[in-house]
Design a protein around this ligand. Structure first.
Ligand code: GRF
Length: 188
């Protein structure tokens, strides 16, 4: 089993879905060693309490630099023997400290059909631009914002009268299928 850490900043529903797929045996290739969170009120922390998984709340403001912040995270990852990192709603650019250690072994999921609509509020961007399709992309992480090599995408229609909430729930449903599928095939 490959040791994986999951990073989240917010709700953590993708994190919870991955944990459920580990527990039901779908993701028998990985062991989740910990959840890393950069916000003390992230709901992902509540979700993690349901599982037997350590939670590292590492707050960037407590460090004098991004390097020092990431070095603290890296020390946990090393201690746990983490081989791959899975970003699941982690809202920060990855810096050189973590990239030097994990580039090529770090995945992210983004709620758009990249390369369209990078960055924040990708769902709002898709609606505003009048697209008729949206979806989700899993990609490798590099130093840019959602710029890493694309691994796999799944799409959905944007229908008449679609709202941000309705599109978000469609995309989340896609993500709960897509992310475990890619994690299973790529993390070996
Ligand atoms: C997901 O839509 C993911 O694509 C994006 O952030 C969202 C995280 O949602 N990177 P959740 O915290 O997993 O519910």
């Amino acid at each position: 089993m490959i040791k994986v850490a999951i990073f989240a900043s917010g709700s953590g529903s993708n994190f919870e879905n991955i944990m459920a797929r580990v527990n039901d045996g779908t993701l028998s290739n990985i062991e989740v060693t910990s959840l890393v969170v950069d916000k003390k009120d992230a709901y992902a922390i509540e979700r993690a309490r349901k599982f037997d998984v350590p939670i590292h709340v590492v707050l960037p403001k407590s460090f004098e630099s991004k390097e020092a912040y990431e070095a603290e995270i890296l020390s946990y990852l090393k201690e746990e023997g983490v081989e791959w990192v899975v970003l699941a709603g982690y809202m920060r650019l990855i810096g050189t400290t973590l990239l030097d250690a994990y580039e090529g072994r770090m995945l992210n999921i983004h709620p758009s059909l990249l390369p369209k609509h990078k960055g924040k509020d990708a769902i709002g961007q898709a609606l505003e631009s009048g697209d008729t399709k949206s979806g989700s992309t899993v990609h490798y992480v590099d130093s840019g914002m959602d710029t890493g090599e694309i691994i796999e995408q799944m799409s959905c229609e944007i229908e008449d009268g679609e709202t941000k909430a309705s599109l978000e729930s469609k995309i989340k449903a896609i993500e709960y299928e897509l992310y475990p599928k890619v994690i299973k095939s790529i993390i070996q």
